[in-house]
Design a protein around this ligand. Sequence first.
Ligand code: ZN
Length: 149
Amino acid sequence: MSQETKYYTCKYCFESFIPKRRRVQKYCSNTCRNKAHHAKKTATTTRETLPEKLENQLAVPTPIKQTVNAADITNAAIGTLAVNTLVNAFTKNENKPATKKDLVEILNALKGRYHIIKNLAPLSDGKKPYYDIVKQELVYLFPFQTTNF
Ligand SMILES: [Zn+2]
């Protein structure tokens, strides 16, 4: 294997990138490939319209000094890692079904499941109007009932 990493220049955004596949890869990402595909239909000034000979020259991998790019690549990798970690953290929380314990903790934090609605009159039998944050409904309960989750 060569000591030197071969860089390609994306034909859409002109960024240098390391090809993931062995065969010639024109674009750094599917996004650029798709954008270039759409641009092809309308654009007249992109590199897509350059004569084939010049285009082939551009397709030749350009070796770039490893030392210059190593820092950039590391920063990019750290950035991606940070974002992925955050995304994973949020995804995990959202996908994980709330356990009974979670629910009780949440309800404790919210000071209970039932919240009295002050601008509604109590019923004649003494039940009072509450907002049930679990069912998201108006319920009429006796005050002692609201202590149960
Ligand atoms: Zn690109």
